[in-house]
Write a protein that binds this ligand. Structure first.
Ligand code: ZN
Length: 312
């Protein structure tokens, strides 16, 4: 009898579910649904439970063959407990207990932070996973995941890997979502990128269409040699490099992996980060390479599936 696990990535807008074979971890089906808006402490789990039943039927799988469910959540999580999740209306929630209520008793559940699981997934699909890796997720915000000795770093309170909230600059006038100022996310997150491009355009001409501006259009302009675009991407790359140079003297990882939507800028961005990193790295940490993530939007479901496979 074939066996399976589900990897689920719960986001504020969408929930993605992936069905994986055991032990080979082949993805055999993926489904994306909208995140329920009301009563999220119960509705999200009920909806996931019914979509899993649907996917089982569609793939002619009996629930007995499903050994576990791994879930990625968009907030700090410790031992399956969430204190507060700003992207979802969750307060003091035991995620594993909430899943147990909608799944048969034999199904094991594991949960961790989404960026952390993206790091784990990205690393696990490599032919030879790194022992120590630091993963940047560059999107609307800047997330991170840290793998130490092959294990996910959750930390004492679940905050491990929140590298977007490292204080890297002093001239901040705006307050970050975390309540502090000068965070990496304020420069390298979507609004930081767009606002800086707009600011530069006041004193420079640019080919960017500011009425329909997006991170992609800024980066495309940079690739085409636009001065404003280049200045923006250069600042993003330099601050990621500065933050990485700080992480390097603390963790000395084998690798930095760059993922998330912004990383679609590709090797252009990674090469620039590496270039700046050489100027900021101390001691032997200049040798640590930067790689571009390869799993794209599936990193979360893959990491969640690998997490539960490990615990079965
Ligand atoms: Zn912050």
């Amino acid at each position: 009898m074939n066996e399976y696990v589900y990897g689920i990535d719960i986001g504020g807008t969408n929930i993605k579910l992936g069905l994986f074979t055991l032990p080979g971890m082949q993805i055999i089906a993926v489904k994306e649904i909208e995140t329920p808006r009301q009563n999220q402490e119960t509705s999200i789990f009920e909806r996931i439970g019914s979509v899993i039943s649907e996917m089982n039927q569609e793939n002619e799988i009996d629930f007995k063959q499903v050994k576990g469910v791994g879930a990625a959540v968009p907030c700090p999580v410790k031992n399956g407990h969430v204190d507060k999740c700003p992207n979802l209306k969750w307060n003091k929630l035991d995620i594993i207990f909430a899943f147990n209520k909608v799944l048969p008793d034999h199904v094991r559940v594991a949960v961790s932070n989404d960026a952390t699981l993206a790091a784990y997934g990205e690393n696990q699909v490599l032919e030879k996973p790194f022992k120590n890796a630091v993963f940047y997720t560059l999107g609307t915000g800047v997330g991170g995941g840290i793998i130490i000795n092959g294990e996910i770093l959750e930390g004492a309170t679940g905050l491990g890997g929140e590298i977007g909230h490292m204080r890297v600059f002093d001239e901040a006038t705006e307050t970050c979502g975390c309540g502090s100022q000068g965070c990496l996310e304020q420069i390298c997150g979507t609004s930081g990128i767009i606002n800086y491009a707009k600011e530069l355009s006041l004193s420079s001409t640019s080919s960017i269409d500011f009425k329909n501006i997006s991170v992609k259009s800024v980066f495309d302009a940079a690739k085409a040699g636009d001065k404003v675009g280049l200045q923006v991407i250069n600042r993003v790359a330099e601050y990621i490099a500065i933050s990485a140079s700080i992480i390097a003297v603390i963790l000395d990882p084998d690798v930095f992996i760059i993922g998330g939507g912004v990383s679609k800028a590709g090797s252009f961005l990674v090469d620039l980060i590496s270039h700046h990193y050489q100027n900021h790295a101390r001691f032997s940490s200049y040798k640590i390479p930067f790689l571009l993530a390869t799993t794209g939007n599936d990193a979360g479901i893959i990491g969640a599936a690998y997490l539960i496979r490990k615990q079965i």
